[in-house]
Design a protein around this ligand. Structure first.
Ligand code: MOS
Length: 745
């Protein structure tokens, strides 16, 4: 077989700006809710204002008599759904609420759907329903019910993992800590709330809906509406963020699609901000106990991480915080155990670094407290204890530049001058200054994807895969990979993406999208170039005729591998071959046996500086340096932006973000951006990202890992540890608040 090569680096590795940037900032980009088909009906769902009980009355007559209201669906008249909303037929389907009965199992659950000619009429109709309830006292919070031990974790992972003899590890410890941390419930709040426009044509369903799983989710829609997956067309060219929540199908969407089918008109539904707090997933609250023991040599004899998390009364997703302790530190014995408590909340779901974010927050603070007890610098302690092979499995890491992350991050930050004791650094303006650090870790998964690459007679390329750009820049980074694989400059590439009629680009989740869809695009490009090379080398009229040493593709030309003076443009080769396009196909997934040979992770180290007012205890993160090794960086601008975004989420986790329930009603009292705090520009300064060079030949042939989620890990602990270093107060509950520091006085 002819050997064909493409060169990486002409496009990949370059800091290309977002291909969709201008469209987005000028308002040209069409998001789901921007679609306005003729004859459109607007839907508004009515959220329950109790958390437990049942609906006893709705004033349907009042709502229906309001001008413009067309229909009101309640459990009494809701048309049948073919698929059971209580079933879990696929990996990413959750039990959901689609008016299957009058029960209320969490606040903000849909209890009715109002359809009207205008959004205003639908909103007013919804208000006029004035629900009445038979309510029961809600069970809320980590102490709201009796915990149970989690047998099966999320996505097939075990609830508990034990390596080594934990009791012996505890017994062997010369020094130990036993600490409990709490992390709050957090709700996905992408800029674009969940939205869709549903339109039926007979048994054909077209959905304008932001989706992180464009092709895959067709099967679930097909299940609920009893149509073949091919009958579902999903258009998701732009997402205004997702964070995990848009990979999953939720009740309000099912109701809007059902209404469109029943009323034979297109229906639009866009959740209000407050409606994001309930039916569309969230990160459950956790309480984590960490017991760490060390021997005389400062090395861990045991790392014992137990986590309790809130979940719903009717489904099983549990924030897997304890699993954060599995891949990082080489303890003599290791235990990671999950417990959960069923309370009256919507079911949690995957949310940016699900498990790792909460788990890393507690782990990295506990590591710091252990180091302090042993009178060791926190960096020295980590350098003594980080694992050389994966703890428990003993597998070598596919690549590991963690030591280099520690070194480069510490050097850039200036860690070496740090006094070990707290309250030693006072800024000239009187602020207490503290420095802290944390290790970052996230697994490097791959899913399955397919792609097509077409070379056209005019020398341009068309590449196609149903990838999802939820703001992370997939549309740009993936096009860069495709361009290199076809040996073309980026501007000669047309990249079709974001619709379900294209080859399956896999899910945009788990920080695996670039690795997965990118590998498929690469394979498709290589296939097209191979075909082109075979045509040219077999054609006596081509300068490449008989170039049996192989060909190299670059800049829209094929070159003989052993003789650069022999070359021909793609257009010439295609023209002589009759002018038809050449179509390559490719797919990608990781061979299962690869995971038996190597442990695959991205690594990093985060260093934080805080300045704290000594009287008011107002806290500011003034510097944050993160050094990350995440394999081949396809686009440094976008990758740094992703890592930075993760670190900002870390600031949010450490200091701002928290959903608070009223324990009497079970309602979230801060379900809006006035009360649900996230960092704004004024909260973020001195952020620096270092991408540490790493060649990882094992994760996939291109060496791509993920950058979307790892930035959250390490950062929360680094900030918590810096706050202790500034004040001498250990706060073990996130977000850390002024009153926590006042209490430590
Ligand atoms: Mo993410 S929580 O894998 O979208």
């Amino acid at each position: 077989m002819l050997e064909t090569r493409t060169r990486f680096g002409s496009n990949s590795g370059q800091p290309a700006t977002r291909r969709d940037g201008i469209a987005k900032v000028t308002g040209v980009a069409n998001f789901a809710a921007d679609n306005r088909p003729d004859d459109l009906l607007h839907a508004v769902y009515v959220p329950a204002t109790i958390a437990r009980g049942r609906v006893t009355h709705l004033d349907i007559a009042a709502a229906k008599s309001h001008p413009g209201v067309v229909e009101v669906f309640t459990p009494e008249n809701r048309p049948p759904l073919a698929g059971d909303p209580e079933a879990k037929p696929f990996l990413f389907t959750f039990r959901t609420d689609a008016l299957q009965n009058s029960d209320v199992r969490y606040a903000n659950q849909p209890i009715a759907l109002v359809l009207a000619e205008t959004i205003e009429a639908a909103t007013e109709g919804a208000r006029l329903l004035v629900p009445q309830y038979e309510d029961q006292a809600p069970r809320i919070g980590l102490d709201g019910a009796t915990p149970y031990k989690v047998e099966a974790g999320n996505f097939g992972r075990p609830g508990e993992t034990i390596f080594g003899d934990v009791a012996a590890g505890h017994a062997a410890a010369k020094l130990s800590v036993d600490l409990t941390y709490e992390t709050p419930a957090q709700y996905h709040n992408p800029m674009e709330t969940h939205a869709l426009v549903a339109a039926w044509d007979g048994d054909l369903l077209t959905l304008d809906i932001p989706s992180q799983a464009i092709v895959m989710s067709r099967a679930a829609f097909g299940y609920y509406f009893d149509i073949p997956p091919e009958n579902v067309t999903i258009r998701s060219p732009y997402l205004g963020g997702g964070f995990g929540s848009k990979a999953i199908i939720h009740g309000p969407a099912l109701l809007a699609i059902l209404a469109a089918r029943t009323l034979r008109r297109p229906v639009k539904l866009m959740l209000r901000r407050d409606q994001m707090f309930g039916p569309v997933g969230h990160r459950g609250a956790t309480r984590q106990r960490l017991r760490i023991g060390i021997g005389d040599d400062g090395r861990m004899t045991v790392l014992d991480h137990e986590s309790l998390a809130t979940t719903s009364t009717f489904d099983d997703f549990v924030e897997g915080a304890a699993a954060a302790s599995l891949g990082l530190y080489a303890a003599g014995a290791l235990r990671s155990s999950q417990y959960a408590v069923r309370v009256d909340i919507g079911t949690p779901g995957p949310m940016r670094a699900p498990g790792e974010a909460s788990g890393s927050a507690a782990l990295e603070c506990a590591i710091d407290e252990m180091a302090e007890k042993a009178c060791l610098d926190p960096l020295d302690f980590r350098l003594r204890n980080y694992a050389e092979v994966e703890p428990g499995t003993g597998l070598p890491y596919s690549s590991k530049a963690l030591r280099e992350c520690y070194r480069q991050g510490a050097e850039r930050f200036g860690w070496a001058g740090r006094p070990r004791a707290p309250r030693q650094m006072i800024h000239e303006n009187g602020m207490l200054v503290g420095w802290g650090m944390g290790t970052a870790l996230f697994h490097a998964p791959m899913f399955a994807a397919e792609a097509r690459a077409t070379l056209r007679p005019d020398g341009t390329g068309l590449v196609e895969t149903a990838a999802a750009d939820m703001g992370q820049g997939a549309w740009t980074a993936l096009a860069q990979i495709a361009a290199d694989s076809l040996g073309l400059p980026l501007e000669k590439i047309e990249f079709r993406s974001g619709t379900s009629d294209l080859p399956d680009g896999g899910i945009a989740g788990g920080s695996g999208h670039t690795a997965t869809a990118g590998s498929a695009l690469h394979a498709a490009g290589v296939d097209a170039i191979r075909q082109l090379g075979e045509i040219a080398t077999a054609d006596p009229a081509s300068p490449l005729f008989g170039a049996n040493a192989g060909v190299v593709a670059r800049g829209g030309r094929l070159y003989a591998r052993d003789d650069d003076s022999r070359s021909e443009s793609y257009g010439e080769i295609i023209a002589r071959a009759g002018g038809t396009t050449i179509r390559g196909t490719g797919n990608a997934s990781r061979p299962p046996e690869a995971a038996q040979r190597h442990a695959m992770y991205s690594h990093g180290a985060v260093f934080a500086e805080v300045k704290i007012d000594p009287e008011l205890f107002q806290m500011r993160v003034t510097r944050l340096v993160g050094a990350f090794a995440a394999g081949r960086i396809i686009n440094p601008r976008l990758a740094e932006s992703q890592l930075m975004g993760g670190m900002i989420w870390g600031i949010s986790f450490a200091l701002h973000e928290e959903a608070r329930h009223d324990h009497r009603t079970g309602r979230i009292v801060n379900a809006d951006f006035a009360g649900y705090h996230i960092p704004v520009n004024a909260d973020v300064s001195g952020l620096e990202v270092i991408t540490v060079h790493e060649d990882d030949p094992h994760v996939n042939p291109l060496g791509i890992k993920g950058v979307g989620e790892i930035g959250v890990t390490g950062t929360v602990g680094a900030i918590g540890n810096a706050i202790w270093h500034a004040t001498g107060t250990r706060v073990r509950r996130f977000p850390i608040k002024i009153e926590d520091l006042l209490a430590g006085l």
